[in-house]
Write a protein that binds this ligand. Structure first.
Ligand code: NAD
Length: 503
């Protein structure tokens, strides 16, 4: 496939038009589609049908798993240096086609160009980061005892399933697939049914870059059918899943009979805590960015704003101004800050929280309605007068919707921040170093940013506590998931071996 630049809706439609329609699967290096039912893929900005994709038949899922199983021994045995070289080639090709990939994300995920152009490049960075670590992935420790030299090594666990959501489909997929491949695992990827196209680009790119057939396979389909069969399959040794908390529970049940290892990155209701002594200008910028970017469809979005009582009115007044000025529109327009929601079902869910907010006694200070006549746009929305018990303070809405809750002092801030089922990320703003440390320590979340928006650094651990997940991504944490650790105990011949059955 040739590189297409610059991206536009027409260019993205042309990219999709070159794919099979209905879009099938990519198994053992081949484009496949024979069995399952087709379903429509919608364009969030218009509500029109972009094309169709196939829900994989059970035989197709089994064929993808068989391809990954057959390719595993030789991929696992390939030297880390060779895997590194191949994965750098994948990264090069992603970079060369970053505009095209970003355009497809704008088209079928409805995400704004200003964010997607960076997300595609970050996908390449994920491949580079783990490619560079592939040669040392098996390294272990030397743990001598008096009678043995213990040496640990790591081995890839086997074929793995990677199941991803629709919010930033390409970037999130690379985050899982790159370390799995670098570790020596083979992969069957199932992208979200609402945004399947960029996953197809990724698997094609990997194949063109020279990954052997069967090392990386992709199947399309619905969660309840394709996803379920994949997670129940005995030859899949681990499941890396990103999505909703309740889906995580279902996958855990589905994988129980075959004792699957699971890695879950799930939902969030992340607080941004703003103390009166903070740099309020930067705190305001970060609070707006962290909920309204990516249309609020972001696991680490700061969907709860906890503001210290003494600055509450002044801070919220400035916030209202900013939310009113957000530019909602065409995802392909570089000026657009907020695009459409992914799907009519998701729009309905986000919209339903307006009545919930009113019934619970909150104020809809900004927004609260659909935006425009066509597509699934929703106005950037601000709930004020929020209280801890309200559903809008507890549940993940996953749209451009922010709930403001006042707090009074450090202890109240921590208590409110922690009083939710989730524990993915937390953001805190304070000019007092001691307070920042105390609060960061007390927050129950997998990641805490102090005086910062979410800035990802790949060597650091990414993941959540409570209903937000199990396990960590990033750095060596990723390899720990995709690999088994083995201890080899070598005797010096000095210890007594117990002698039984001796006359
Ligand atoms: P979802 O759970 O509905 O779907 C995610 C994926 O799981 C899809 O591919 C879907 O087809 C599949 N799936 C659904 N049911 C399944 C089943 N029974 N068995 C196997 N697979 C199944 O999530 P979504 O609506 O696509 O994404 C939004 C959610 O993802 C939000 O909750 C968000 O917070 C979360 N998310 C978390 C992170 C993170 O890093 N923690 C990142 C992005 C998104």
């Amino acid at each position: 496939m040739e590189t297409m630049m610059p991206s536009s809706r027409e260019a993205a439609l042309a990219t999709v038009a070159r794919m099979p329609n209905p879009l099938g699967h990519f198994i053992a290096g081949e484009s496949v589609a024979a069995g399952g039912q087709p379903f429509d893929v919608l364009e969030p900005a218009t509500g029109g049908v972009i094309g169709q994709a196939f829900d994989a038949s059970p035989d197709e899922v089994d064929a993808a798993v068989a391809a990954a199983r057959d390719a595993f021994p030789s991929w696992a045995a390939l030297s880390g240096e060779k895997r590194k070289a191949l994965l750098h080639r994948v990264a090069n090709m992603i970079e060369a086609r970053a505009d095209e990939i970003a355009g497809v994300e704008c088209l079928d995920a409805g995400q704004a160009w200003r964010f997607m152009s960076k997300a595609a490049v970050r996908g390449a960075e994920n491949f580079r980061f783990f490619a560079d670590r592939a040669p040392a992935a098996r390294d272990g420790q030397s743990l001598p005892s008096s009678d043995h030299l213990n040496v640990t090594t790591r081995h890839p666990i086997g074929p793995v399933a990677v199941i991803t959501p629709w919010n930033t489909p390409f970037m999130l997929s690379t985050w899982k697939i790159a370390p799995a491949l670098a570790a020596g695992c083979t992969v069957v990827h199932k992208p979200a049914e609402w945004s399947p196209y960029s996953a197809r680009l990724l698997v094609e790119i990997a194949h063109e870059a020279g990954l052997p057939a069967g090392v990386f396979n992709a199947v399309n389909g619905l969660g309840e059918t394709t996803g379920r069969r994949l997670t129940e399959h005995p030859d899949i040794k681990a499941i890396a899943f990103v999505g909703e908390s309740k889906t995580g529970s279902a996958i855990m049940r589905q994988g129980a009979d075959t004792l699957k290892r699971v890695h879950f990155e799930l939902g969030g209701k992340n607080p941004v805590v703003v103390f009166a002594d903070a740099d309020l200008e930067r705190a305001l910028d970060a609070a707006v960015f962290m909920i309204y970017s990516l249309n609020g469809q972001r696991c680490t979005s700061s969907s709860r704003l906890l503001v210290e009582q003494s600055i509450h009115d002044q801070f919220v007044a400035r916030l209202e101004e900013r939310v009113k000025q957000l530019k909602v529109g065409d995802p392909f327009d570089p000026a657009t800050e907020v695009g459409p929601l992914i799907h009519p079902r998701h729009l309905e869910k986000v919209q339903s929280y307006m009545a919930v907010a009113r019934d619970d006694g909150a104020t809809i200070a900004v927004g609260g309605e659909r935006h425009g006549e066509s597509g699934y746009f929703f106005q950037p929305t601000l709930f004020t007068q929020g209280r801890q018990h309200m559903r809008i303070a507890q549940e993940e809405i996953f749209g451009p919707v922010l709930t403001v809750i006042p707090f009074d002092g450090e202890a109240d801030a921590v208590a409110k921040a922690n009083d939710v089922a989730y524990g993915l990320a937390a953001y805190l703003w304070s000019g007092d170093g001691g307070r920042a440390l105390r609060v960061a320590n007390a927050l129950n979340a997998g990641m805490v940013w102090v005086n910062s928006d979410n800035v990802r650094h790949l060597p650091t651990p990414f993941g959540g506590t409570k209903a937000s997940g199990i396990g960590r991504d990033g750095g060596d944490w990723s390899f720990d998931f995709y690999m088994e650790t083995k201890n080899i105990a070598l005797a010096y011949g000095t210890h007594n071996v117990p002698r039984l059955g001796v006359a």
